[in-house]
Write a protein that binds this ligand. Structure first.
Ligand code: HEC
Length: 471
């Protein structure tokens, strides 16, 4: 595929229709032409290499256009490509090219036809679905790839027709390398980790760290945390939100967590201040050389609670900033500056929801390290002021009751038990795995699994292995 990159790039992208899971429009001439060119190019490359021919079928290694090779392709490679056995009519049509004296021609034409077939490209779904349709749906949903031999075997024995059978297959595939990678992708999607900024260069340099390196390392640590929690420790949702365990694999990240470096196989390392997903350095990084309680508060609401807050007209922020004039940072902490800026009408109507959860994160500096004082530096990196950090808030407004909090820990515990957070993860799971919007109440089983302290693996299985698979 790498060698055919130019042709791959010519494939028109799949534009999504208004309704999220329809393609618009169905294959155009441009799709057909581009996939045919790609299929022919790939078939020619495969035909030219003994090793590649043997990979499709051993019978094709030395005699690519012989009858045994054609039969082997139709019995082995074709059902794999179509994710189902071929009908007799399909076999007849595909073998119509027949064996040829031309060394490579029969082989190349047949492989090109298989690779450009709609049955390879499109996921067919009859109603009611065949066992092979169900096998494909289970596989692509859980792993992002085609069904493996076990699934195909189960389909051939008609063992994919009950919820229990489907649950067992989903559970098995979730543990596979592809299933695990998709779980990591789910967390990247849910927590919007692609929006994690490269942290402040100035703050990084003060510690002798490379900002880009730190961003990469912090993101990789989220993947390890998820892998360890979900698959090694069979954690429930609560533990994902509250666990004090961290997995820094380099000195820089371990330094920010205030712990030793962790290596695969080591006993867990604890960072009591950095609990759960919210306490990951990646989620605390700030693009500027000071924290933004506003952005941290918004992230908590948007990601963990799935609450969207409309951004205001930028002009009203600018005019408020002009009106207030520069705030002397040696006099006022970031929290105080934020309160002064947003403590007036109309700002306060939104910022009374945004700021309090953000202020609780003031115990983390712009690179995510725990702190008890906010240090202000001048342009040259010289310390010019120090403010005590104040993380006490009177009204968090997370959940149905007004709650106060004195530190980050209080927010962590509150989020772990919050029905709104449970609904948010459940909806996000269905959105991610099925790529469509969630209808109200469609995720009641998943929410129950979260509230009922089931393991996160079981929660994901409940989200995927629904009756929808059989309809
Ligand atoms: C309708 C709700 C709403 C109102 C009203 C509102 N804001 Fe905001 N504010 C937001 C949201 C949402 C964001 C985050 C925007 C984003 O995602 O970039 C934000 C971001 C900000 C930021 C940027 C923070 C950062 O670190 O980048 C500042 C500063 C700010 N608001 C100040 C104000 C001020 C001052 C007012 C009043 C004049 C105000 N806001 C009124 C919702 C509001």
């Amino acid at each position: 595929m790498a060698e055919s990159a130019d042709l791959v790039a010519q494939l028109p992208s799949d534009r999504l229709h208004e309704s999220p899971d329809e393609l618009d429009p169905l294959p155009s001439q441009a799709h057909t032409d581009a996939s045919l060119r790609l299929a022919i190019d790939l078939a020619e490359r495969i035909a030219a290499s003994r090793e590649s021919r043997a990979a499709l079928a051993t019978e094709c290694a030395d005699q690519p256009s012989s009858e045994p090779c054609v039969e082997a392709l139709l019995d082995g490679f074709a059902p794999r490509a179509f994710r189902r056995p071929l009908s007799q009519a399909e076999r007849d049509r595909l073998s119509a090219t027949g064996p040829s004296d031309e060394v490579d021609e029969t082989f190349t034409v047949l492989v090109a036809r298989l690779l450009s077939s709609p049955a390879l490209t499109f996921h067919h779904w009859s109603s009611p679905p065949t066992p092979y349709d169900v096998a494909s749906r289970i596989a692509y949903t859980t792993t992002g790839g085609p069904p493996d031999d076990v699934l195909v075997g189960a389909a051939s024995r008609d063992e994919l027709s009950t919820p229990t059978q489907i649950r067992a297959q989903v559970t098995r595939l979730l543990e596979s390398p592809w299933g695990r990678r998709r779980v990591a992708d789910f967390f990247r999607y849910w927590l919007r980790l692609d929006a994690v900024p490269v942290p402040s260069r100035r703050a990084s340099e003060r510690l002798g760290l490379d900002a880009g390196e730190l961003q990469r390392s912090a993101l990789a640590e989220v993947d390890r945390f998820v892998e360890q929690m979900v698959f090694t420790r069979s954690a429930e949702f609560r533990e994902l939100i509250t666990s004090p365990l961290v997995y820094p694999e380099d000195d820089a990240l371990a330094g920010l967590y205030g712990t030793a470096v962790w290596h695969d196989g080591d006993p867990p390392v604890e960072a009591p201040h950095h609990r759960g997903l919210l306490g990951r350095v990646a989620l605390l990084l700030s693009q500027a050389d000071r924290t933004s309680p506003i952005m941290r508060g918004i992230r908590l609401r948007e990601r963990l609670l799935c609450q969207e807050i409309e951004p205001p007209d930028l002009e009203i922020i600018d005019s408020r900033v002009d009106e207030l004039g520069a705030i002397d940072r040696t006099e006022h902490s970031t929290r105080e500056a934020t309160e002064r800026l947003t403590g007036v009408t109309p700002c306060y109507s939104c910022h009374q929801l945004i700021n309090p959860p953000g202020f609780v994160f003031e115990s983390f500096d712009p690179l995510g390290a725990y702190r008890t004082a906010e240090v202000v530096y001048d342009e040259t990196g010289r310390e010019i002021a120090r403010h005590a950090v104040d993380t006490t808030v009177a009204d968090l407004r997370i959940g149905p009751e007004a709650k106060s909090a004195s530190r980050f820990d209080d927010v962590v515990d509150l989020v772990a038990d919050q029905a709104m957070a449970h609904v948010c993860v459940a909806d996000s799971l269905v959105e991610f795995y099925f790529a469509h919007e969630v209808e109200a109440c469609a995720t009641a089983d998943v929410v129950d699994a979260i509230a009922g302290s089931q393991s996160f693996v079981d929660i994901i299985v409940t989200a995927i292995a629904t009756e929808e698979m059989l309809r």
